[in-house]
Design a protein around this ligand. Sequence first.
Ligand SMILES: Nc1ncnc2c1ncn2[C@@H]1O[C@H](COP(=O)(O)OP(=O)(O)OP(=O)(O)O)[C@@H](O)[C@H]1O
Ligand SMILES: O=P(O)(O)OC[C@H]1O[C@H](OP(=O)(O)OP(=O)(O)O)[C@H](O)[C@@H]1O
Ligand SMILES: [Mg+2]
Length: 283
Amino acid sequence: MLKIALPNKGSLSEESRALISEAGYNCRRYSRELKVTDVEHQVEFIFLRPRDIAVYVQSGIIDLGVTGRDLAMDSESEVDELLPLGFGRSKFCYAVPEESLLTPEGFNGKRIATSYPGIVGQDLKRRNIDAAIIKLDGAIEISINLGVADAIADVVQTGRTMAEAGLRISGEAIMSSEAVLVTRKGREESLTSQEMMFIERLKGIVVARQYVMVEYDVAGEALESACAVTPGIEAPTVAPLRREGWFAVKAMAPKKDLNTIMDHLVEVGAKGVIATDIRTCRL
Ligand SMILES: Nc1ncnc2c1ncn2[C@@H]1O[C@H](COP(=O)(O)OP(=O)(O)OP(=O)(O)O)[C@@H](O)[C@H]1O
Ligand SMILES: O=P(O)(O)OC[C@H]1O[C@H](OP(=O)(O)OP(=O)(O)O)[C@H](O)[C@@H]1O
Ligand SMILES: [Mg+2]
């Protein structure tokens, strides 16, 4: 049976389960079960601490796992990223008190608190800096205030936790993270058809979330300029309307550009412009 590890708690757990359910698999936990078997697909979902997932996957005990890119890197496990999943996005940054002028170049001899000693160790080594890493489990932002560290390195999403603790980001982000699907290093070329189907289903949803379906009516004179902003993936679908000289256009468009696209369509005289979410797709 295919074994897939999912985060049992924390920021990535709910969205992982939602994504996999959307892909048609049964990974529903009724209480605190550590395993859920999807009999139909012959998959065993195993719920583990997200931090441990790359370690299990590396050992080959688990075939595929959902974890954070930062967690996988921190564990220094030999895993390959098969698919970025588009949620749990964050940056990993150094931070110092707002009034401090300390930058990562000045960390020599300083104490840096973090729950990610692997990432910080690698980064300091790369910078040739000799600093003490203070390993803490969480609530890292308060550690400077309490006097155990001079700087921290932690996950930043909105930046609110850092600001509330009176800290500011110092230097460039060390890395960008999001939830990722991983497998043991070197396995990418020898995935089974069952694994490929799982990946394709997830990918269909992850890609669909980045697009919307845009539909509108437009007069023949404006058709070219309208299609230029909605080129679709291959090409837009254009069908004649019953109204002489008018066309209905349908195309997938990147969600992030939607408002700009709609502004342009209205500007060239398109009517009845609508955008709808796409649940899944195979491109
Ligand atoms: N506020 C956040 N926004 C987005 N992603 C986050 C956030 N906090 C942590 N993550 C991501 O979640 C993963 C860490 O998950 P983990 O469950 O270990 O910690 P957590 O979400 O902080 O949970 P907890 O603090 O309850 O243990 C990392 O990949 C990290 O980048
Ligand atoms: O930039 P923000 O949007 O504020 O999010 C980042 C914060 O979220 C996480 O903390 P969490 O709430 O999981 O607590 P923890 O530090 O105990 O893990 C992370 O460790 C940061 O502290
Ligand atoms: Mg946390």
